[in-house]
Each structure stands twice: as structure tokens, then as C-alpha cells.
Design a protein around this ligand. Structure first.
Ligand code: SAM
Length: 280
């Protein structure tokens, strides 16, 4: 394993700072700096970009992002035990790293960042999904980020990139693919982490589109998609009854058979339906 910087190996950092992994914080650390650099490279050209990293832990991915040339990294970490270890990274990288101790679900990092901004994270999966949904549903589009490079449980990653007809296809796929390009860029077995989690993981890379792929009102689209997939086994004429009283006519006007089920409808179809419903 070749060194990416002059800092100690991650095992040593963890031992020095006594960072025994805590389950309650979803701590499964990446210890191979070649792997963290590889993940950082998937985030795109980092030179000239600020990077927002959530959950840096002992700093493996953080070091990858800095070594790959990020202009600045702003890292938000909830576990106070990691802060001294991250201070050593900040010192070694000429102040290009700034660390905020706090909960990523509560801290607003935007005042510390200058566009273009890329986001990278290996986060506990529940926090990751919640942040992803927030980042995909901002008040304004385009969002503050140009790309998101995020580690997920493989099953969640598959839901993000799923296409119609597959059992993974649902609300997350529509949300992600409506206004972004989303693809799985790295698959990782449990042994890539310390301690290993129970399931495999995957890194998903999303790039924000300037404009939505198809026009639709975000809140109407979100309501229709939530209702359709909440009862995914039902025909749309039944699952969407509460959305509009004349739902059969709206479905037909959008080019969708009322007897179809949610997982058969394309993103374009859902957007057409949202436009028809908005006409009321
Ligand atoms: N990025 C490191 C790596 O790849 O080795 C650590 C990954 S570990 C899966 C998740 C990290 O997120 C831990 O350091 C944990 O303390 C931190 N974390 C958990 N919940 C958080 C939250 N709500 N806000 C910020 N950090 C959080």
C-alpha cells in the first residue's frame, strides 16, 4: 500500500486516538488510503472545488479528497473523539481542511462554502438517505452542489439508480433521476470496512442537471409518486384515487393506462401525470 501523504496509517491514527468503532454512530471505517483516494477520484475533478464531507471519522476519505487536490474540504463530524485526529490532517494540509463538530442533520454548512461545491461522504446509511433526499429536494434548482459521491448499503444504491420494471424502482429512483444523473461507480464488499458491516456497499455518484429532465411541479410530482408507490401492488386508478377525483381521465391524458402499477411507469410518465394533475 503506497502512502498518499506523510500522515500515519489509519490503523495507527485509530489506535493513538482510541477511536474504537461505535455502532450507535454507524462507524465502519475505511482504512485503505488507496481505496479512499479511488473514491475521491470518483467525485470528479476536485481542483478548484470546495468539498463538503459528512462524517469524516478518522479522516481516510478526507485525506483522499485533499490528496486529490480539493481546494478546501469542510467536514462535519458528530463524534468529538475524532476531532483531534482531524486536526492533525488539517495541520498537514495547510489549513485546506476545516472541521465542524456537530450533527450533519442540524448544521448548515453553506455559509462556509464557495461554489463550485461537491459533496462526498461515507455515512451511516440512515443519515445518508435522509441527507440525500434533502439534497435532492431543495427550494431552488440548480442546488448548491454540482455532484454528490456517497456510500450506501448496496440495496439503497440500487434503489437510487433503478429503472422501471425492477423491484428496486420507487420514490428514490424518481427523486434522484428527475434532476440528476445517478450511477453506481464502485461496489465494495463488507471486508473493505473496519469493522465489516453485515451487507455489501456501493458508492453512488450523482451529477446535478441544470434543468429537470422533464417539466413538473416538484410538490405535485412528489405527492403523486409517494401515493403511487405507497401502494405499489395496486393499480394506479386505485392507489391514486385520493390524489384527484377524476384520476382515470388524468392518467389517460398523461398516456398511462389506469390499470398499470407504479413500477411500470417511467419517470417521463410520472412527470406527464404531475402536469395533468396540476391543471386543476
Ligand atoms: N468517513 C469515514 C471513513 O470512511 O472511514 C467514517 C465513516 S463511518 C461509516 C460514519 C461517520 O459518520 C462516523 O465517523 C460517525 O461518527 C459519523 N456520523 C454519524 N452520524 C453523523 C451525523 N449525524 N452527523 C455527522 N457525522 C455523523
Amino acid at each position: 500500500m503506497s502512502a498518499i501523504d506523510n500522515l500515519p496509517p489509519l490503523r495507527e491514527v485509530i489506535a493513538t486516538h482510541e477511536l474504537n468503532a461505535r455502532k450507535s454512530l454507524g462507524q465502519n471505517f475505511l482504512l485503505d488510503l488507496n481505496l479512499t483516494s479511488k473514491i475521491a477520484r470518483q467525485a470528479g475533478d476536485l481542483t478548484g472545488c470546495d468539498v463538503l464531507e459528512i462524517g469524516p471519522g478518522p479522516g481516510g476519505l478526507t485525506r483522499g479528497l485533499l490528496a486529490e487536490g480539493a481546494r478546501r474540504v469542510l467536514a462535519i463530524e458528530k463524534d468529538s473523539r475524532c476531532i483531534p485526529a482531524l486536526a492533525e490532517v488539517a495541520a498537514a494540509y495547510d489549513g485546506r481542511l476545516r472541521v465542524i463538530e456537530g450533527d450533519a442533520l442540524e448544521v448548515n454548512p453553506l455559509e462556509h462554502l464557495t461554489p463550485p461545491i461537491r459533496v462526498a461522504a461515507n455515512l451511516p446509511y440512515n443519515v445518508g438517505t435522509e441527507l440525500l433526499v434533502r439534497w435532492l429536494t431543495p427550494h431552488q434548482w440548480p442546488p448548491f452542489w454540482t455532484s454528490l459521491t456517497l456510500m450506501f448499503q448496496k440495496e439503497v444504491a440500487e434503489r437510487i439508480v433503478a429503472t422501471p420494471g425492477s423491484k428496486s424502482y420507487g420514490r428514490l429512483a424518481i427523486l434522484a433521476q428527475w434532476r440528476a444523473d445517478a450511477r453506481i461507480v464502485i461496489n465494495l464488499p463488507p471486508e473493505a470496512f473496519s469493522p465489516p458491516p453485515k451487507v455489501s456497499s456501493a458508492v453512488v455518484h450523482l451529477t446535478a442537471l441544470e434543468e429537470p429532465r422533464f417539466p413538473a411541479d416538484p410538490s405535485v410530482l412528489s405527492r403523486v409518486v409517494a401515493a403511487a408507490f405507497n401502494q405499489r401492488r395496486k393499480m394506479l386508478r386505485a392507489s391514486l384515487k385520493g390524489v384527484a377525483p377524476d384520476i382515470e381521465d388524468r392518467l389517460l391524458a398523461a398516456g398511462i393506462k389506469p390499470t398499470e402499477r407504479a413500477e411500470q411507469v417511467s419517470l417521463e410518465g410520472f412527470c406527464a401525470l404531475a402536469r395533468e394533475i396540476k391543471k386543476t
